[in-house]
Design a protein around this ligand. Sequence first.
Ligand SMILES: *[C@@H]1O[C@H](CO)[C@@H](O)[C@H](O)[C@H]1NC(C)=O
Ligand SMILES: *[C@@H]1O[C@H](CO)[C@@H](O)[C@H](O)[C@H]1NC(C)=O
Ligand SMILES: *[C@@H]1O[C@H](CO)[C@@H](O)[C@H](O)[C@H]1NC(C)=O
Length: 339
Amino acid sequence: MLKFKPKLRVLFLAAKSRYIWLGLLISVFFIILITTMSNRGLVDYTSHAHISSIPQKSFHNVDAEALFAKLLTPPAASINPSVKILCYILLSRSKVRTAMLIKETWGSHCDKLLFFGGYEYPELPVTFINATEGYENLWGKAKAALLYLLKNPYFKEYQYFLKADDDTFVIVENLREFIHNSSLSLDKPVWFGFKLKHKRMQQGYMSGGAGYVFNYAALTRVGTFLSKSSQQVYNAIGDCNVDSEYGVEDLELGKCFLHAGVKSINTTDENGGERFLPLSYDVLLNGAISSFHWIWGQAWNRVRTGERCCSVNLISMHEISPNQLKLLYHLLYKLKINR
Ligand SMILES: *[C@@H]1O[C@H](CO)[C@@H](O)[C@H](O)[C@H]1NC(C)=O
Ligand SMILES: *[C@@H]1O[C@H](CO)[C@@H](O)[C@H](O)[C@H]1NC(C)=O
Ligand SMILES: *[C@@H]1O[C@H](CO)[C@@H](O)[C@H](O)[C@H]1NC(C)=O
């Protein structure tokens, strides 16, 4: 017994120090991991591309740096951009119940959902905006929302921003896939949605009702305008309406995006079907549109009704009542069909 004791002690110490080294190694790994993750901010996955191209070596001659780089490479799923989408809704006082419904339904499919409104709502977390109420003053609210998104560095973590109305229904999965399929660069400012014509805007603008989407680059571009005075902006670029709250939100944003060099992209599918609908699906499908309807004169693309109106990869619909919203969500996400 006594003879073995020193040997056991040595063994015990050796084992203990092994654990210490292992512990240290694991701590260093996690510190590096955490630092890298918190520094990522606006993620540009393409910058990791070179890491995965490191040639395979047999284990004993892999250098430590390459090994760490490999361990830190995001999994394949995040290289194929699983983009982070922030959805926000400009809320009027009467629409709190609808907002709650959005939160329980499609809104929960966004990575982040924000409501901007001019009141306190006990039932709902709403970001307060001190702007005049009313449709014709929506620009004031929209502008304040943009500035809020821009000022808070936390939102840098989102690559795309979707603005929807309280009567818009969005199929967030299809939006994600569209963004993925379009392989857009995060550095180029873009926006997209249902495109409308305007005599003074060559590139058109996006319908607010159908919901529009822009990337972080577009937000920062327009932000540098919105924080200037109107005179400065006017001198530089024209009619981005920075001072007044007055104006229809989508049209005014179109002017600012145009002057900020934010490009629009095509959202119709290969069969010419629209992915963003400025009217209800029902109306377009049934072709029940009066010949005096604004859409005939203002849509950028030729309006089609009937089965060919809309893409099977539909992203949004407008003019959805709260009851329809609930029904649609149920049909799309809950109902089971044995085919
Ligand atoms: C909203 O803005 C107006 C005008 O700038 C100001 O008089 C009012 O006190 C503000 N209200 C709140 C709640 O901040
Ligand atoms: C994305 O591309 C795939 C392959 O071409 C296609 O099957 C799918 O429908 C596309 N999705 C969307 C939302 O356009
Ligand atoms: C929009 O994209 C679709 C699908 O890629 C294409 O078929 C269509 O021609 C494009 N439309 C325009 C105006 O570029």
